[in-house]
Design a binder for this molecule. Structure first.
Ligand code: 5GP
Ligand code: MN
Length: 313
């Protein structure tokens, strides 16, 4: 759903690699995606399943291999899930989230110690002796996913291997500035104004729980003409407040209330999201959902915050 830089970057990097090996490759996304990944080479050929269902189904029925990147459970692809489950082709998982649905895949690598699926695609290319096939597209896509999922190299998941990967890309002549520019300095004025509005009017700080909550009503999204991807990164701002251990962001989307959680130190966001908000993800970054109204899901959050008080001290 709504592929981010890692999901799109890993898919397009793998596509470029497999094309060079002589395969026919199509990338399918379950939904649309943020405009800020449209600079990636090959993104204009990605099939949006919600827009072009028939096209996607034709490709899927012809496929010999299905690579599932940056998700580990078909249910994460929403309306695409039934089509994926019914395929008889070989299904391969490459992913770094917790608790994969192992039974759904024939082969795969699931490794929560990896910073990003892009890092895993890089490992895959190196492990299959494809080093000479790492071209500009692959460098840009892999770097974008690594930057996205490590919070620009700040999250604890940023290992020595991540820096060695970047060093390797740089040694091939790759310039990283373009990627930063495309990912972070590529928005309209209204998105920055929206961020200001939200931080001023929609943010609550609960110092007794070292927690920040941001709840965004639909009216804000409409007023500032917020598009897919414009809210990415918003959840990271409150982490700059001293002592904060959990940031929770909930957005009133049309079909559901979508939660994002970011933790620092010992707080396990994956377990929290799974237990209370039908979600999951990583230890320090997870997401969830609710069918309740914005008001009710916020009320629930405040109740479960009390239950988790001990974990947030
Ligand atoms: P974000 O807050 O950026 O949307 O998501 C943070 C991480 O949690 C991402 O790696 C994402 O794949 C995962 N995630 C987000 N929402 C959900 C969800 O509803 N279920 C599960 N299992 N993972 C989620
Ligand atoms: Mn990822």
């Amino acid at each position: 759903m709504k592929p981010d830089a890692d999901a799109m970057g890993s898919s397009l990097a793998l596509k470029s690699y497999l094309l060079q090996l002589g395969h026919q490759v199509t990338v399918i996304s379950p939904t649309n995606w943020a405009g800020w990944v449209n600079w990636m080479n090959g993104s204009n050929e990605v099939i949006d399943f919600e827009l072009k269902k028939q096209n996607a189904e034709e490709v899927l029925t012809k496929a010999d291999w299905l690579f599932c990147l940056d998700f580990n459970n078909f249910s994460r692809t929403k309306s695409l899930a039934t089509a994926l489950a019914s395929l008889s082709c070989t299904k391969i998982l490459i992913d770094h989230h917790r608790e994969p649905d192992e039974a759904a895949f024939d082969y795969g690598v699931s490794d929560v110690t990896k910073s990003s699926t892009c890092e895993m695609i890089y490992d895959f290319i190196i492990a299959t002796n494809g080093s000479d096939k790492i071209n500009e597209t692959i460098c840009e896509c892999i770097y974008a996913g690594v930057v996205g999922d490590t919070g620009s190299f700040r999250f604890p998941i940023t290992t020595d291997k991540v820096h060695l990967l970047v060093a390797d890309l740089k040694s091939r002549g790759f310039s990283h500035e373009k990627v930063h520019d495309k990912l972070f300095d590529n928005f309209l004025e209204n998105r920055l104004r929206f961020t200001g509005h939200v931080l001023l009017h929609r943010m609550e700080v609960f110092y007794e729980y070292n927690t920040v909550l941001i709840a965004i009503p639909k009216s804000d999204l409409l007023k500032y003409q917020i598009k897919t991807g414009d809210t990415e990164g918003l959840v990271n701002f409150p982490q700059s407040i001293q002592g904060i251990k959990l940031v929770a962001l909930v957005i009133d989307r049309d079909e559901e209330r979508k939660w994002s959680f970011r933790g620092k130190g010992e707080f396990d966001c994956n377990t929290f999201a799974r237990k209370y908000f039908e979600g999951g993800g990583h230890y320090s970054a997870a997401g969830g959902r609710s069918s309740d109204s914005l008001e009710d899901t916020v009320k629930k959050f405040k109740t479960v915050l009390k239950e988790n008080e001990a974990l947030l001290q």
